[in-house]
Design a protein around this ligand. Sequence first.
Ligand SMILES: NC(=O)C1=CN([C@@H]2O[C@H](COP(=O)(O)OP(=O)(O)OC[C@H]3O[C@@H](n4cnc5c(N)ncnc54)[C@H](OP(=O)(O)O)[C@@H]3O)[C@@H](O)[C@H]2O)C=CC1
Ligand SMILES: O=C1O[C@H](COP(=O)(O)O)[C@@H](O)[C@H](O)[C@H]1O
Length: 507
Amino acid sequence: MEPTTFVLFGATGDLAKRKIYPALYNLYIDRKLPQSFSLVGLGRRELSDESFQANVEQSIRTFSRREANNSALIKDFLSAFRYSVLDIGRKEDYRKLLQLIEQREEELRIPPNRLFYLSVGPEFFETIAAGIEESGLGSANGWRRLVIEKPFGHDLQSARDLNQKLSKAFAEHEIYRIDHYLGKPLVQKLEILQQNPVLNALWTNRYIANVQITANETVGVEERAGYYDHVGAVRDMFQNHMLQLLMMLTSHLPNNSDSEMVRFKKKKVMEALEPLQKEEVSASIIRGQYKAGTVQGKPVIGYTSEPGIASTSMNDTFIAAKLQIDDFFWRGVPFYIRTGKRMKEKSTRIVIEFKELLKMSSQANAEGKSPNLLVFEISPNEGITLQLNTRDPLHKGEFKPIQMDFHESRDDVPEAYENLIYDALHGDPTFFAHWDEVELSWKWVQPILEAFEENLVPLHRYEAGTYGPAESDALLAKDGYHWWFDDKPEQHIKTEEGEQYAYYPNH
Ligand SMILES: NC(=O)C1=CN([C@@H]2O[C@H](COP(=O)(O)OP(=O)(O)OC[C@H]3O[C@@H](n4cnc5c(N)ncnc54)[C@H](OP(=O)(O)O)[C@@H]3O)[C@@H](O)[C@H]2O)C=CC1
Ligand SMILES: O=C1O[C@H](COP(=O)(O)O)[C@@H](O)[C@H](O)[C@H]1O
């Protein structure tokens, strides 16, 4: 890998501490960092290099997925870290930064390949990009890359404005927009899995009845009231992570697709997504907000009682949607997507429900029948399960589902940020959000934002610790479906051999 200087804006912040330093440490342990690697951390706080390194050490000891207990390794890792005070609005600080970076590049005898990572609020993106451009930080004789965090805009117009400003300083191929769901190992596997001939043959409306994409969280608004109350589930999760999962699942990638092909195919999916009209949003979108309840045995307060949230807030903490992709492969297949806070369990998964093509010979035997399902468990556990219908000849040919399971041990699974930082260091944009996708996502979501704003969609209060409002179940029931796995205990069916695990609905 090419020698790199990693320039980290927001080096004293929460994201750096919880995600970026642990990811870099794990890459270092796996020998996946460039041989010549230098990091310059930036923030307004006055820190010496030594105290910055001590903070980074604390972060990796607390948050790294691998134990950080080898002092020699930690010392070597930290030796690459330097700190410089920089106020984003102060031009002279960029010139000072340039001097420091040039000095480090000279010491290490490395070319000026610079990765600028903006782990700061989006209100600073434009000023930083301009500061990099004007100071000469970005015009040396090496490559430069800009890694930015979400949120990318607040709506379609603000996203376009932001993109236009960034593109004054950086070309699209130099911009790496992080969507951490694209870094999750199983999401990355979707690219390859759908090219597998076994799955590829089934990946159409001929065999698939419906697709369900769920990202349920047990946490509430936490300490992020100021941010979350202005974005809600629709902007925080749906416009980015959920639509990215949809694109990754449905893009029909040809074998050996490169990043250009991945982007092209994802864009095609977004273009084929049937648009919503503002007035019709309430027919296919369910908006919810949690009230007090019990999550995993602990009583929790309702959203409007959370610190920093107004008692009159109409913000959405849950959204469920029915989408249709109008193309050759997916026409007629409903895609149900939901995400919410303060739900019963933490679970991100995709369920593919297959059509029942073979009629059961006798109605009696069809009792307990369940469709064939393919389940991608994305987090917290990673796995793939295929549930197939079969009959048990020993028991009057009764229906009996069997499961084929693959599960990854959690210790072996790299964190999303490890994968993404590694790709950015490598210059591989496959798992970053291209502007075309971001713009099309905002465009699709825009009528929902307006309908919410104008209160054209009812806000359903749901009890914390449940699976969201009943209207979310009704959205599927209208089509004769239900959300899979919403009630774990009923997933155990009793057979003569004892209790067996099977995927059963809660009704
Ligand atoms: N935290 C998380 O889990 C996630 C965060 N994000 C995104 O990542 C970004 C960073 O979030 P997070 O780390 O939580 O934020 P924090 O508020 O914890 O940190 C903000 C950082 O920005 C720096 N900063 C703020 N103002 C200035 C300024 N004027 N000049 C120089 N530095 C400044 C702060 O340094 P100092 O105070 O020293 O100046 C600090 O290092 C945001 O865009 C957020 O939306 C995205 C996904 C998850
Ligand atoms: O981007 C975000 O994601 C997290 C959920 O991420 P996960 O990896 O734990 O599934 C969410 O809590 C947060 O509100 C949102 O900003």
